[in-house]
Design a binder for this molecule. Structure first.
Ligand code: ACO
Length: 337
């Protein structure tokens, strides 16, 4: 390969409205569902999440992606006209047609780009980065905008205390650019895998072409998420840890060579269990789940952006992105910042 890919800018955006655990507790109580701030904090680490006002055009998924993209472009010193490719990772598109990537292109005025969505749920941002890297390596593309963005709350079942407490809305973006293959600052390696046999652990029965949403299905909440949290928890800890170790091994590195782990932010206990399993001190793990909950494809780019902007992640450091998501999907990506 003549070329490698490097992230040169990041950005993130969240809706204004903060939904604290206390407000959720009150909301669920009205529906006759019991939960508590203590339970949510102790079992998930989440204190609050952001919820979009979808009546406000500025808080649609593509609009959050737009704000995040503008910040990433600014950091990279690029304009929308420089973008060759837009990849939007989401499982909560603005509309099924057109893609959220095309809505974003329209908002950005990135007239020279081609645009597409990727749905790999919470692993989507890594799937997007890997796709961008491959196009860049072939020489076909010079600059890609990769966004992980979600507005998940319309798909939550607010009577299911297991799942509704976990999720939030937001978007993160990265500008990925072509650099020489031997550049110090580049994506070093990546690994993707899916296991469709585990589809049932996290799925939405209706709303796709297989099952139209009828009033009867709507009342049974078949167009909302169904989750087997305990089973996901176990698979997540094992695969996140395995993917992290594999990424280091294939680059002839040890855990001591890793400066930062940016894991999917689903549950603080999952993150802590992974760190313990791979013997990485929590001081080297980027965590923002307490403020935003699980924003699916947006967790990794927003956590990355935060750590880049506050100076924790520094030039030349080794950073591992590591995710799992509905599908199930898995992905990791090791890079030198
Ligand atoms: N408040 C109070 N009690 C609750 C709540 C709640 N919100 N939710 C569950 N409970 C109860 C359960 O009913 C159960 O009660 P029981 O013992 O009387 O049956 C008890 O708490 C323990 O339940 P567990 O399921 O064992 O709790 P656990 O510690 O596993 O935590 C959780 C549940 C938070 C869902 C955890 O398993 C988890 O985070 N799993 C991963 C979920 C995930 O990542 N989903 C997304 C993956 S894909 C993507 O990111 C798009």
């Amino acid at each position: 390969m003549d070329f490698a890919a490097r992230i040169t800018g990041t950005g993130s955006a969240f809706p204004k409205n903060r939904l604290s655990n206390a407000v959720i507790v009150k909301r669920l109580a009205k529906l006759g569902v019991k939960t508590s701030d203590t339970w949510i904090r102790e079992r998930t680490g989440i204190l609050e999440r952001r919820i979009s006002d979808v009546e406000n055009p500025a808080e649609l998924n593509s609009s959050l992606g737009f704000s995040a993209a503008q910040k990433a472009l600014e950091m990279a010193g690029k304009s929308p006209e420089d973008i060759d490719q837009i990849i939007y990772a989401t499982c909560s598109p603005d509309t099924l047609l057109p893609s959220t990537a095309c809505w974003l292109q329209h908002k950005l005025g990135a007239s020279k780009a081609w645009a597409m969505d990727i749905n790999a749920a919470c692993s989507g941002f890594i799937y997007g980065l890997v796709t961008a890297e491959k196009f860049i390596q072939t020489g076909q593309v010079r600059t890609t905008l990769v966004v992980g963005g979600e507005v998940l709350h319309p798909f939550l079942n607010w009577e299911d205390r297991n799942s509704c407490i976990l999720f939030g809305d937001g978007a993160g973006a990265a500008i990925v650019e072509r650099v020489p293959a031997d550049s110090t600052h580049r994506i070093l390696s990546s690994n993707l895998l899916s296991d469709g046999n585990l589809w049932e652990l996290f799925h939405m029965p209706a709303g796709g072409s297989n099952m139209e949403v009828t009033p009867e299905r709507y009342s049974r909440k078949l167009n909302k998420y169904k989750m087997k949290g305990k089973e996901i928890f176990k698979v997540a800890v094992k695969t996140l840890a395995d993917f992290a170790v594999h990424a280091l091994n294939e680059n002839l590195m040890t855990i001591d060579d890793l400066d930062w782990l940016v894991p999917h932010q689903a549950n603080l206990r999952i993150i802590e269990a992974v760190a313990k399993r791979i013997k990485l001190p929590m001081e080297k793990v980027i965590v923002n789940v307490e403020r935003y909950g699980n924003t699916s494809a947006a967790t990794i780019p927003t956590a990355l952006d935060e750590a880049v902007r506050d100076g924790r992640i520094k030039s030349g450091q080794t950073v591992l992105l590591d995710a799992f998501g509905a599908g199930l999907t898995y992905g990791s990506l090791l890079l030198r910042w």
